[in-house]
Design a protein around this ligand. Structure first.
Ligand code: FAD
Ligand code: FES
Ligand code: FES
Length: 1355
């Protein structure tokens, strides 16, 4: 090893690796994967375990969702044997951040290793699938592996442990509830899914299930395979027997660009560092891995310290605990918990704060590998541990070849942004965390946008020592993160607090010092300056209360007169959440034959394949011979002329084949969405947003292509750019599309109103965040034929765009879609353009090409849900009835049209939500900005508009002194009413949903409870809200309302159905099989759907608008009816025959057993000249009640309970519909509360990846979540009396938004300020906190907008 290193040091790093083909010095990598030994003498240390599994071992079950440890899709189990303890440990890790060489000598288990559909499913796979916990399935293997690892460690976990195990896993589809429900069956008092009468599901909380035919069970847990842990694979004996050899010898793995060293003694490590100070220590790789992948860093020499005893041990010392720098955070927590158990409480207060902080530090996969030394050395200003270490005055042991020194983690430790006093040849050996003494108190605080697995906005460590027997401060340290380029001490406050009494007036006295200590100038990095400053005061106030409370319990005498008022007690209440619970109510079909699958909660057609990793997504397809890889060259400017593009260096790189740009487009470079074509495939003269494609590099593999793309130099001439709606209005930057719907006499309406309310409300952008990013594989065929295999919702649009780009006829292009790892509208239009970009490259190089976007690229270029600004004026009578409504809706369309006009139109038609108003004028405007073009997203403009309606309702209630129920009651439409644009509302089921939801949620009693709680609590408030929705079903573009199908019956009786819809997790194929089952009168097992393919079904409409089941269902029904009709004579001839016998007879009689079918909606229309029409086939209704609790001091919140009643007609499949309702609701919760999309003032996306963009996680779901499908509500207007369900439930999550608003109003009332205020969506922690004004926020000045350059913009 040392010989290789010497070779390294004598050369510059890049040439080193080129010269380092000294393969004799490289060890052979050895590990086990799924019980099979892997030996690799040529391992490339630059690879992650995930890339190795997927490309070298061709195990594609583990998915790439983000590449930064934030989604958990790549979770695998790593097992290792410890020769010291003689134990085997199993940990879940993110394979995307695990360097391949770090698993040397270990056993890796992937989703393929635990079960399969061809042998035996593992219970973890079976239960997830059968409990309907897999929709698109892209997250599923990771979730399976997190659960599997948990079970390998704890045979019968508690529900709390299960929920915790998923802290590092995200799912964008399911809403998490079914996953937890399925896995609850592994707990000791596990739920049987309602099989037994005593099951929790049959005794739901206050919800009576009296109606006949109504069930609460979506799966039968009694049929689950038992979990028998003795059947699990054993740890490979070879790894135990040879462990001494493994552990005692240093290892070296040398690749072309990177070398990996694993020393096993401290001496070897120091030697390495001495000979090459630039060698990068890599422990958990959770920082280094992200730097390499996303921050363009290259570390040619990596040194793994995790096998060095001095760095991996934890010792209790007389003064505290000494933790080796390479100890993982999980292990730190476990050790500290052990010590806490053994020592008196007062000694372990720092340890308790660390343990509590680690609970909110990343997810298990990260904590299992990330080290304490890595956190300190990174010196991030938002490190969660450094404020605690600093406040606790910990010491750090540093060591180099020239000796050891101990430094204090005081105000001098950090020397600048991500800099510290550690010298380049030094490493951190250990950290010493001291015990506390009896009169010493210690707490840690953290506020992040999302509670679980999120980085801090501000965090703090606080310590005070009181003079024994008094409340006088003897010593104090207050350390804050997130307030400066480094973790800092609030030195002035610390100085001034010394000698003061811990009693009334302390917080007020210290507030001005804290604000001086922790200033933030307007526009400071991170933004949210007033909020962050308010948090510094809030944390101190909480600390004050916590210590006071502790003193009250321990030494009541010394704080006389300073007791915490009872209404303040909850301010400090630690976060606690009961395990999620809930009930799902639905009706079962009665009186239909067993073979008829309609209405039954069938498992998603692909669920088992998804749970075993066998389901094939585009990037899972094996490489095609000669296949090349693409990387995009994207604009770095928001608006600019391209002056030059220099590809010389990029093209000179080994393995690069070509650079493709606008000159290579043989057909049309100007494409787009009908009716406007303004999307440029390859930008040639001007760029209109950051991320716009300028060219692509074609190379041998992804790594080379991406490296080369970064070497393409583009020179720009910058032009003025617009990003926000407000700026677009000011600069008159609009698309020339303006729409207006007007009815009644607005002036007269306002004149006859008792109150007029005017206001504004905004809703932010939302990133689709499907787990599978845009992926395309394009294969050239003979004579100009092209095959496109891609993850998109619009195969026909892909086909026509590819044809247009290539200048060929559509019949030469076959567009195929097997399944998508989620779509939500984000793969409806823009992903098709992306396929055309790839096709142009294929045309140039004449070889197959593949492109899977990295998460940051996908987020940068794919567009979002349209942000909206509404300006409204509403006139009402004194009893709250709407008289006149005038709304201007502004959408931020981004840089091209895309489907923005349709989004705007739908939003305008939905601005009434469920309320009748005689005089209405709605005007819509499309802002043109320099952002990636915004596009369709579940709800398609409706949720943004309905938010306006509900905001208006809540304002009216306040103005007129009405309850939130009453104001809605008086304004609801009634059956047979016309909407403001003239569509008759038939089968108005909203009132049924409303009444049922009020009862189910026990709304009236809970309203009283919430008010009572709020009277008793000053700093925590609860809020309750009820929100209805009415959602029109159809495409607003008339000709999209059609679908085709092709049904083949093979002569063995099996049936293959093809239709125009794509399967993206929503269960469309499953439902379509159910429709075919009913129509053909055969069990669903005989029917199969393979893929969506434009050569089978042409001219498909996008799978969107929630309309795909209806349209494709109609087409399939027609095709099946035709076939059944043809079979009828054979059935008549042989009534006792079987399906197979009739098919066989028909075949032998030369009857065609193949038929097309076609479906279209009735003639829907909208006349924009008149503002009148009949645009929707029917409406879907739903109502939700949500209750929340907020922390007024930090803006944190928790959803305590949600009840939903949803009208889905006669459900085609209650399990799938329930999944759509819950999944849509949780996605809506992201929209209205959590997901905060931000760009820099120069248009760069700041919220890239799961690290910065927070979708709801497992821990965010309502603690109680009850969903009922409205019973006895068949819909005569759609297939099998069902209703569409994909989009309508999403808006119901606004009930959480309004419950938060309700809670804030109570806080405002306590503060003596008006209840009425503007709350924009999303209701982030920042917005919640800043709306709850109080004595702390009053001390913070908010700079006037326009007087400084903000750190970020919300477009
Ligand atoms: C998804 C995700 C979530 C995260 N969440 C959080 C969070 O909630 N809070 C938080 O604070 N951080 C968070 N982080 C950041 C990161 O996980 C932590 O900083 C972690 O402790 C780093 O440890 P590591 O062992 O993985 O470091 P590595 O990536 O291995 O190394 C990080 C740096 O430390 C240096 N280093 C490592 N060990 C030593 C040593 N012994 N001596 C000298 N230098 C050393 C390395 O050279 C490198 O510069 C998160 C990261 C990810 C990817
Ligand atoms: S792909 Fe590894 S965590 Fe997202
Ligand atoms: S099923 Fe979880 S992301 Fe789609």
């Amino acid at each position: 090893m040392v010989r290789v290193l010497r070779a390294l040091t004598s050369l510059t790093t890049d040439t080193i690796m080129d010269n380092l083909a000294v393969k004799t010095d490289s060890d052979t990598l050895l590990f086990y994967c799924n019980g099979t030994k892997v030996l690799d003498p040529d391992v490339d240390p630059a690879l992650t375990l995930l890339t190795y599994l997927r490309t070298k071992l061709r195990l594609t079950g583990s998915k790439l969702g983000c590449g930064e440890g934030g989604c958990g899709a790549c979770t695998v189990m790593v097992s290792k044997y410890s020769s010291k303890d003689k134990t085997i440990s199993h940990i879940a890790v993110n394979a995307c951040l695990t360097p391949i060489c770090s698993v040397h000598g270990m056993a890796v288990t992937t989703v393929e290793g635990i079960g399969s559909t061809t042998t035996r499913l593992h219970p973890v796979q079976e239960r997830l699938a059968k409990a309907h916990g897999s929709q698109c399935g892209f997250c599923t293997p990771g979730i399976v592996m997190s659960m599997y690892t948990l079970l390998r460690n704890i045979l019968q976990p508690t529900m709390e442990e299960i929920e915790s195990a998923f802290e590092g896993n995200l799912c964008r589809c399911t809403g998490y509830r079914p996953i937890l429900q399925g896995y609850k069956t592994f707990t000791k008092d596990g739920c049987c899914g309602g099989t037994n009468t005593t099951c929790c599901k049959n005794i739901p909380n206050g919800i009576s299930v009296q109606e006949e035919g109504v069930l609460t069970t979506l799966f039968d847990a009694s049929k689950f395979m038992p979990f028998d842990p003795s059947q699990e694979p054993i740890f490979p004996p070879e790894l135990m027997i040879n462990l001494y050899e493994m552990d005692s010898r240093p290892r070296t793995f040398v690749g072309v660009r990177v070398a990996w060293f694993r020393p096993v003694t401290l001496q070897q490590l120091l030697e390495l560092k001495a000979t090459n100070p630039k060698a990068k220590i890599v422990a958990g790789n959770s920082e280094v891995g992200v730097e390499v992948k996303f921050k363009n860093q290259h570390y040619p020499v990596l040194v793994d310290p995790t096998h060095i005893p001095e760095l991996t041990s934890v010792e209790r010392t007389p003064s505290g605990v000494r933790i080796g720098a390479a100890v993982s955070l999980t292990s730190v927590s476990d050790h500290l918990k052990e010590i806490i158990q053994k020592e008196p409480e007062h000694k372990t207060r720092v340890f308790a704060a660390i343990v509590e902080m680690l609970r909110w530090f990343a997810g298990h996969q990260i904590r299992n590998v990330a080290t304490i030394g890595g956190n300190i050395a990174t010196s991030s200003p938002i490190s969660d541990l450094n404020p605690l270490f600093m406040a606790a005055v910990c010491t750090i042991e540093l060591v180099s070849k020239s000796g050891k020194r101990t430094v204090s983690m005081d105000g001098n430790f950090f020397t600048g942004y991500r800099k510290n006093v550690i010298k380049t040849d030094e490493i951190i050996l250990a950290i010493n965390v001291p015990f506390t003494c009896e009169n010493e108190y210690f707490y840690g605080y953290k506020q992040s946008p999302r509670r679980e697995d999120d980085i801090a906005i501000v965090n703090a460590g606080m310590r005070v020592v009181l003079k024994p027997g008094t409340n006088e401060v003897q010593d104090c340290s207050l350390s804050y993160g997130g307030m400066a380029p480094t973790t800092v001490l609030a030195t002035k406050t610390m100085k001034n607090i010394t000698g003061r009494c811990w009693s009334d007036g302390l917080v007020e006295a210290m507030a001005s010092f804290l604000l001086e200590d922790l200033p933030l100038s307007p526009g400071a990095p991170g933004g949210m300056e007033p909020y962050r400053q308010s948090l510094t005061l809030s944390f101190f106030f909480k600390f004050y209360l916590a210590v006071l409370e502790q003193l009250r319990l321990e030494q009541p005498g010394i704080i006389s007169g300073s007791a915490v008022p009872p209404s303040y007690k909850s301010a400090n209440q630690p976060y606690h959440k009961n395990s999620a619970r809930g009930v799902q109510l639905y009706q079962v079909p009665s009186g239909q034959p067993d073979s008829d699958a309609v209405g039954r909660p069938l498992t998603h057609q692909s669920a088992f394949k998804q749970a075993t990793g066998e389901a094939i997504y585009v990037d899972d397809m094996p490489p095609i011979k000669g296949e090349l890889y693409l990387a995009l060259v994207m604009s770095r400017k928001a608006h600019a002329n391209i002056l030059s593009v220099d590809t010389t260096v990029a093209l000179a790189l080994n393995g690069v084949h070509a650079y493709v740009n606008a000159d290579d487009v043989p057909g049309n470079n100007l494409l787009g969405s009908s009716p406007v074509y303004d999307d440029v495939l390859y930008a040639d003269k001007t760029v209109n947003c950051v991320g716009q494609v300028i060219g692509v590099i074609v190379a041998d593999n992804q790594a080379i292509a991406q490296r080369a793309a970064k070497l393409v130099r583009v020179e720009y001439e910058e032009l003025p750019a617009v990003f926000t709606i407000e700026d677009a209005i000011e600069q008159n930057s609009f698309f020339p599309v303006s729409r207006c719907i007007q009815t009644g006499d607005l002036d007269q309406g306002f004149e006859t109103s008792d109150h007029i309310i005017e206001g504004e409300v905004r809703s932010g952008a939302q990133e689709h965040f499907y787990l599978e990013t845009w992926t395309t594989l394009v294969i050239p065929g003979e004579g100009g034929e092209v095959e496109v295999i891609s993850a998109n919702q619009s195969p026909s649009r892909t086909q026509s765009l590819v044809a247009e780009a290539l200048g060929i006829a559509s019949h030469k292009v076959v567009s195929r879609v097997k399944r998508l790892g989620g779509g939500f509208g984000g793969k409806e239009a823009r992903a098709c353009l992306h396929a055309a970009v790839c096709a142009v490259a294929v045309n140039k190089v004449k070889r197959p090409v593949r492109l899977m976007l990295d998460r940051n690229e996908d987020m940068m270029i794919s567009g979002t849900r349209h942000p909206f600004l509404a300006r409204y004026k509403v006139g009402v009578t004194s009893y709250g009835q709407l008289r006149a409504l005038e709304v201007d809706l502004y959408s931020n369309a981004g840089s091209t049209y895309d489907c923005s006009p349709s989004v705007l139109e739908r939003s305008m038609q939905n601005v009434d939500n469920c309320y009748k108003c005689p005089n209405v004028k709605v005007t819509g405007h499309m802002c043109r900005t320099n952002l990636a073009s915004n596009t369709g997203f579940r709800g398609f403009g409706s949720p943004q508009a309905m938010l306006v309606a509900e905001t208006i309702m809540s304002e009216i209630a306040l103005k007129c002194g009405l309850t939130q129920i009453k104001v809605r009651d008086v304004n609801f439409y009634k059956d047979g009413d016309e909407t403001f644009y003239g569509q008759e509302l038939k089968h108005w089921n909203l009132d049924k949903c409303w009444d049922q939801c009020l009862v189910q949620s026990d709304y009236n009693n809970r309203r009283l409870d919430v008010d009572e709680y709020n009277r008793k609590n000053r700093w925590r408030k609860r809020g309750l809200a009820i929100t209805p929705t009415k959602f029109g079903i159809s495409f607003t573009v008339k000709y999209y309302n059609q679908a085709g199908a092709l049904v083949h019956i093979y002569n063995d009786g099996s049936v293959l159905v093809s239709h125009g819809g794509t399967e993206m997790g929503q269960g469309l194929h499953t439902k379509m099989i159910q429709v075919a089952s009913r129509t053909l009168r055969i069990p669903q097992e005989k029917i199969h759907i393979n893929e969506t393919n434009t050569s089978q079904v042409p001219n498909t409409s996008s799978t969107a608008a929630s309309f795909s089941s209806d349209l494709n269902g109609m087409a399939i029904k027609e095709a099946c009816e035709t076939l059944l009709h043809r079979l009828e004579p054979f059935i008549q001839d042989n009534p006792k025959g079987t399906w197979e016998s009739w098919v066989d007879a028909a075949y032998k009689d030369r009857i065609s057993l193949s038929s097309t079918g076609f479906g279209r909606a009735r003639d829907l229309y909208f006349d924009w000249e008149k503002g009148k029409g009949d645009p929707y086939a029917y409406f879907v209704y739903g109502v939700a009640v949500s209750e929340v609790e907020i922390d007024c001091l930090t803006g944190d919140h928790q959803v305590l309970r949600t009840d939903i009643v949803m009208d889905v007609g006669d459900s085609l499949n209650p399990a799938i519909d329930m999944g759509q309702i819950e999944g849509g609701f949780i996605q809506g919760y992201g929209l209205f509360v959590l997901e905060d999309y931000r760009v820099s003032p120069s248009g760069q996306l700041l919220t890239t990846g799961p690290g910065f963009y927070k979708i709801p996680s497992f821990g965010d779901i309502p603690a109680e979540f009850n969903v009922s499908l409205l019973t006895r509500a068949p819909n005569p207007l759609a297939i099998c009396s069902s209703k569409a369900v994909g989009e309508p439930p999403l808006f119901l999550a606004a009930s959480i938004f309004f419950a938060i608003k309700d809670a804030i109003q109570s806080a405002r009332e306590d503060a003596g300020i008006p209840r009425a205020f503007r709350l924009d969506s999303p209701a982030t922690a920042e917005r919640i906190r800043m709306a709850c004004q109080d004595q702390f926020t009053k001390q913070i000045s908010t700079p006037e907008e326009g007087t400084y350059k903000p750190f970020f913009l919300r477009p």
